[in-house]
Design a protein around this ligand. Sequence first.
Ligand SMILES: Cc1cc2nc3c(=O)[nH]c(=O)nc-3n(C[C@H](O)[C@H](O)[C@H](O)COP(=O)(O)O)c2cc1C
Length: 242
Amino acid sequence: MLTVDVPVHPKRERNYRSGFARVRSGGVLEALKLKPSIILEAMTHPAWVIEYIGLGDAPTLGNWAPHAGNGVSKAEVINFGRTQTPASAQTWRDLERYRRLFPRALVVKGILNPADAVRAAEIGVDGIIVSNHGGRQLDQAPASLEALPAIKAAIGDTLTVMLDSGVRRGADILIAFCLGAQFVFFGRPTLYGAVAGGLPGVKKVVEIFRGEIDLVMGQIGCPSLDQLGPDFLWREDWAQNR
Ligand SMILES: Cc1cc2nc3c(=O)[nH]c(=O)nc-3n(C[C@H](O)[C@H](O)[C@H](O)COP(=O)(O)O)c2cc1C
């Protein structure tokens, strides 16, 4: 999955306010700018700090690697990220190159413009994720649900269309299915669950979504997910592809 909607780092004022910052290797001066609360947090998680220093970068990029079962290490993943064209300089030609080099399912995440979806389809990607990065990137970006109908109208069933950003209720998932999304993801709800209750908290979040899906399916009188479609939508602009 190639994320294309973070060419530059956004101005996340809430992070400035809370003192959140990423410390790059050798960034001692940057580290000195960290608030005492963050330093305290780091001291209570020595394993994270050792990992951070060992990798020379935040470990998040390679988090999946040990679980992928293909022998790829975190360090290799991070190294791959570093040796690629920086996101701010990437063009469609880079995507064409990734397509040539990568024989498995290739997904582009962060599409909102139908013309971009068409271009990605022409390059031969297997899927796109319609996303505004959870509204964390560009304040003025439209909601991904609002962007979905025009994208779906432009590319039809030529590739797998997925969606995330702002999904907070089972009904949000069903609306996205009605508009043609084949997969719907949520990000922060699982994090909120983890903060509130660890792994059981995450499971609880999934349960809540499941329960709401069942409830709304009953409320709209639809017996199975594959029967969802624009007929179940009220808003004219959402139902125009009926
Ligand atoms: C803390 C945090 C870190 C994220 N990091 C990445 C990332 O590294 N790459 C990426 O493509 N998206 C990243 N995202 C965006 C999510 O993949 C996803 O698009 C978004 O959270 C969906 O919106 P939602 O949180 O409203 O469900 C991040 C989101 C959060 C909350």
